[in-house]
Design a protein around this ligand. Structure first.
Ligand code: 8FY
Length: 360
């Protein structure tokens, strides 16, 4: 993979994100965190200047293009089994009439729970056109819905499926996320810029479903499972470099992520080995490979779009957001700083839930 050893190059650090990261690293040095003088980290595995070249200027006015076609996505969903269909009819799915044909049912084979989540059981199959996704496990949950581990039964490929609640507000937000992910795909088809790749999407009886490549644990979940034993400086440096590289790309796409946090940075693989920590006199986990991907573009905002008054998760929220002064790309850079601190020390920089204390 071209990004397997993505490391900071010597030159080309002439932009806001990189300069801010560099100054954070430098300040960390002054405050005793230390850079370590022996590792010439920005010289290792230098990328070629071509692969780091700034992307060409935008050629499309993306705001003018409506990529979501409701007619296209409610296509032929086929019921996996008749019992499930009968249950769905019994549950009175809002989209369902009564089942009329075994081949072409008009009701969802899987119903919804009271929150609007798809009420699946492990082993259930979500069908869309020729693709069939068997649900193997639940990977995570958010206000938007759930992310499940699936096996696509034609290819036997394991993927992550983000199943959005069957609720207008979340369905509309998911369409905006699809729009962002398609723009990212269009601008960076090779996935050089480390955004979790969306493979496809469809609307499953009102549940927007976004198919992603399967990744490992988030840097937050790994930290938690490791009893909050922080990452080493080299690991923090590599993760931060990739984060800055990805965020720089988003900013050049005229996007602000607005929800950068350790939960939204996923290892490509979170396989680990055991290391003995003599200080703590116990074994700790060390992730073998620190390659990461950035995920969750559900709040990503284009420059020309409405900017919600309050963005970001509290601990990573920039002062201009707290003060409601208006925000843009720099609010992501603030979050990057908070993330770096947390990865290196194992606890959040700003713990408070009080605005004035947070600002003080
Ligand atoms: C994933 C786990 C997760 C908590 C995603 C993905 C796609 C997202 C918003 C997270 C373990 N492998 C794995 N896990 N998600 N944890 C909350 C939600 N999801 C993913 C892509 N590949 C994955 N591989 C969209 N949108 C928040 C998201 C995660």
């Amino acid at each position: 993979a071209p990004n397997a050893h993505l490391q900071p190059p010597v030159s080309n650090r002439n932009n806001a994100v990189m300069e801010t990261a560099a100054s954070i690293i430098a300040n960390a040095h002054h405050s005793g965190i230390g850079l370590g003088t022996s590792t010439d980290w920005w010289n290792t595995n230098q990328m070629s200047s071509t692969s780091y070249a700034a992307p060409a200027p935008l050629q499309h006015d993306w705001s003018q293009k409506n990529l979501w076609n409701p007619a296209a996505s409610f296509g032929a969903s086929i019921v996996a089994n008749a019992t499930a269909a009968a249950q769905a009819v019994g549950a009175g799915h809002p989209l369902g009439h009564s089942a009329t044909s075994a081949q072409m049912p008009t009701v969802a084979p899987i119903g919804d729970d009271s929150d609007g989540h798809l009420a699946y059981k492990l082993g259930d199959v979500i069908e869309h056109e020729t693709q069939r996704f068997k649900i193997l496990a639940t990977l995570g949950e958010g206000t938007f819905g759930k992310v499940v581990k699936v096996k696509e039964l034609n290819s036997d490929k394991i993927m992550a499926l983000k199943v959005i609640k069957n609720v207008d507000k979340y369905r509309e937000a998911a369409k905006l996320e699809v729009n962002v992910l398609e723009k990212i795909q269009e601008k960076d088809p090779a996935g050089k810029h480390l955004c979790g790749k969306m493979l496809s999407w469809f609307n499953y009886f009102g549940h927007m479903c976004l198919v992603f490549e399967l990744l490992g644990l988030s840097v937050f979940d790994f930290l938690k499972e490791n009893n909050y034993h922080p990452y080493t400086l080299d690991q923090v440096r590599h993760i931060t470099y990739q984060l800055c590289y990805s965020v720089k790309f988003l900013h050049e796409c005229k996007l602000t992520h607005t929800d950068l946090k350790p939960e939204n940075i996923l290892f490509v693989s979170s396989d680990w080995e055991v290391c003995y920590n003599p200080k703590k006199r116990r074994d700790i986990r060390r992730v073998k490979n620190t390659e990461v991907r950035l995920i969750d573009f559900g709040s990503a905002t284009f420059d020309w779009e409405h900017h919600s008054k309050v963005v970001s998760t509290r601990h990573y929220r920039a002062p201009e957001v707290i003060l409601e002064l208006g925000w843009s790309q720099p609010c992501d850079v603030w979050s990057v700083g908070c993330i770096m601190f947390e990865l290196y020390l194992g606890f959040t920089l700003f713990q408070t839930h009080d605005n004035r204390e947070h600002l003080a």
